[in-house]
Design a protein around this ligand. Structure first.
Ligand code: GUN
Ligand code: ZN
Length: 430
């Protein structure tokens, strides 16, 4: 007996970055491919018939024309904002004060945190998202709720306690010392357990004092294998506020840099309105910029310069930023990235969009050798996509001559109806 499973269908994987190499070289498409998995890992990929012959004992799951890909990696989300997604009428600071902070306050109840964590993982699995980097709330129990649910589901995730010691309401503030102490205890409790990674998480400079940023910078220096996630240059009003709060700083990034919070394992969400010095420093240290296109449009933040930043050699990932973002779907997020780039007169290729949502985001989390691709040795986190999931998509895809033409209608018009299956850690069952 063997516990090998062979998935058959179209397959899509990457052997390079399609922003840096021609698409034909970077992407590998097989119209009848196979992915052999065993014990939560991919052990072989190749032509479907060859794998079937070579592994006659494997259980076969045939997805027909379904497209088998690495699962989606969402590099910046706020799971505690699940229940306030699609809240009307505010820009960033008012949106935080009106909708976000009151909702995050509710997470002082561990039962509520557990309920939303379960709901969040159910919703995102239905959208084919297998890994995400999430902010929690200031409450350590909100981190416990998220990580324990991920552990139960065998899911590779990144998360951290959001730290704020000013410009947030009573009940949603910690201090420099408690942020340090609580984050350190959470690292000890969760980091490296199962498939869990801790991210030290100062929300953004306006809600931290310099003392708190310095304490979290010191903590990162003590735990350099942790990730660090925060927000950077999302809206012009926010940038002006940072200038008032940190008169000494050369620019927004400098508020992090001066406190030990700029590094290769740093994830900087939004990064829209960057100064030349900021771009240079981010590039020098190899930090990751996380593009959140649905959020940037929904909250009215601005147009991320994907083409310019990728050409300059920046590391870039893709994210929903739910609940500032307006969809849990990485298909919808890719569509928004396409539309934002069009407004800047750049047309992103479907291969570039798909790479961003899988391998690109995995690389920003420093997990590109484990998730975000189909290749032997990678973890078996896989999405199967129906490229004809609705009549309007099906009639357009039927005209396609290439995989990219067949895939693009699903990127632009698809949603959870296009997700035929989501395999996590080698299992298709929730
Ligand atoms: N900046 C600081 N906090 C947040 C948040 O929760 N969402 C977004 N979009 N931007 C932020
Ligand atoms: Zn965010």
């Amino acid at each position: 007996m063997t516990d090998q499973t062979l998935l058959l269908g179209q397959t899509l994987s990457f052997q390079g970055d399609p922003f840096l190499q021609p698409v034909e070289r970077a992407a590998i498409h097989r119209s009848r491919g196979g992915v052999l998995i065993e014990g939560g890992r991919i052990i072989a990929t190749g032509e479907g018939d060859d794998l079937k012959t070579a592994h006659p004992g494997a259980r076969v799951v045939d997805y027909g024309d379904g497209l088998i890909s690495a699962g989606f990696v969402d590099a910046h989300v706020h799971y505690p904002q699940t229940a306030i997604i699609a809240s009307w009428g505010k820009r960033l600071i008012d949106w935080l004060n009106t909708y976000t902070f009151p909702e995050e306050m509710r997470f002082d109840d561990p039962d509520y945190a557990a309920t939303i964590a379960r709901r969040y993982f159910d919703l995102t699995r239905a959208h084919g998202v297998t890994t995400m980097a999430s902010y929690c709330t200031i409450h350590p129990a909100s981190v416990d709720a998220f990580f324990s649910e991920a552990l139960r589901r065998g899911q590779r995730v990144v998360a951290g306690k959001t730290c704020m010691d000013r410009n947030a309401p009573e009940g949603l503030r910690d201090s420099a010392q408690t942020a340090y102490d609580d984050s350190k205890a959470l690292i000890g409790r969760w980091h490296g357990q199962g498939r869990l990674t801790y991210a030290i998480t100062p929300r953004f400079s306006p809600t931290s004092t310099p003392d708190q940023l310095a304490a979290l910078g010191a903590l990162w220096a003590e735990h350099p294998d942790c990730l660090m996630q925060t927000h950077l240059s999302e809206q012009t009003d926010e940038i002006a506020w940072v200038r008032d709060l940190y008169p000494e700083a050369r620019d927004y990034l400098d508020t992090y840099e001066a406190h030990g919070l700029l590094g290769e394992r740093g994830l900087y969400g939004h990064a829209i309105h960057l100064e030349p010095r900021e771009k240079e420093r981010l590039k020098d240290v190899g930090a990751a910029l996380i593009h959140c296109p649905t959020s940037n449009m929904f909250i009215g933040s601005g147009l991320f310069d994907m083409a310019g930043l990728k050409q300059a050699g920046q590391r870039v990932g893709l994210a929903s930023d739910t609940g500032g973002g307006s969809s849990f779907s990485m298909l919808r997020t890719m569509a928004a990235a396409y539309e934002v780039a069009q407004l800047r007169h750049d047309a992103l290729h479907p291969a570039q969009l798909w790479w961003l949502a899988t391998q690109g985001s995995a690389q920003t989390l420093h997990m590109g050798d484990r998730i975000g691709n189909l290749a032997p040795g990678m973890e078996a986190d896989i999405v199967v996509v129906d490229l004809a999931s609705t009549p309007d998509i099906a009639q357009r895809a039927a005209q396609a001559d290439t995989i990219w033409e067949a895939l693009f209608p699903t990127i632009i018009m698809g949603d959870d109806r296009a997700i035929a299956a989501t395999w996590i850690n080698g299992s298709p069952d929730p």
